[in-house]
Design a protein around this ligand. Sequence first.
Ligand code: AP5
Length: 217
Amino acid sequence: MRIVLLGAPGAGKGTQCKRIVERFGVEHLSSGDILRKERAEGTELGRQAQSYMDSGGLVPDELIVKMMAEAISKTDKKGFVLDGFPRTVNQAAELDKSLEQSGSNIELAVNLNISDDTVIKRMTGRRSCPECGAVYHITNLPPKVDNKCDNDGAELVQRPDDKKEVVEKRLDTYHKQTEPVADYYRKKGLLEEIDANTDADKVTEILFKKLNDIAGT
Ligand code: AP5
């Protein structure tokens, strides 16, 4: 399975990708998670990405394309779900070129549609586990014990780019630079749309129906 999950910040890409991994056994490749790891490890790439991420802008295409091509090359035959990449039409075209070179392709792109108002509410309430990466929401998807991860009990944290003013900038960047990526896949006949304003379990149910066709289950 080789799929792309598209959607605004807070559309629920990360939340749904974790469920896809559990159900279909594919690898979850999140460009945002990889960049945050690079930053935490103090690598040259992490240092270069820092100012773009903190301001809500996009990290330059050439850095991202190389980073994601490398990550994809390490996946096995079960495949992958891409989260947060491609985020520009140029990234999508470069991804296609790089897959073609290895005789591969994207099978499906799913766009999680969400209103800007819902994005602001979700992002400001998001908390995540610094140890295992599990994602919660203070009211929509709360942990069992207040502010502690269900998996390992670690203290949950808020992402620095989830402050309201940065979220607004990320949304602006999304509308200008990332929305056209959905059209790129629509023109190729590869796009499915899901209303993601609804609760996470409902989104998963619709998503899995679409993915079952590809997985042949
Ligand atoms: P990245 O980490 O990719 O952030 P994003 O795309 O903005 O997406 P998020 O992770 O914020 O949201 P999500 O859709 O995964 O939502 P989640 O499931 O967590 O990128 C960060 C930065 O890195 C970018 O700004 C950029 O600078 C850089 N970058 C990354 N990729 C790049 C690229 N390709 N090119 C250039 N730069 C790049 O859910 C959000 C919250 O809502 C959670 O609290 C969750 O519990 C809750 N929730 C989820 N679903 C539901 C639901 N259905 N109902 C109610 N609550 C829900």
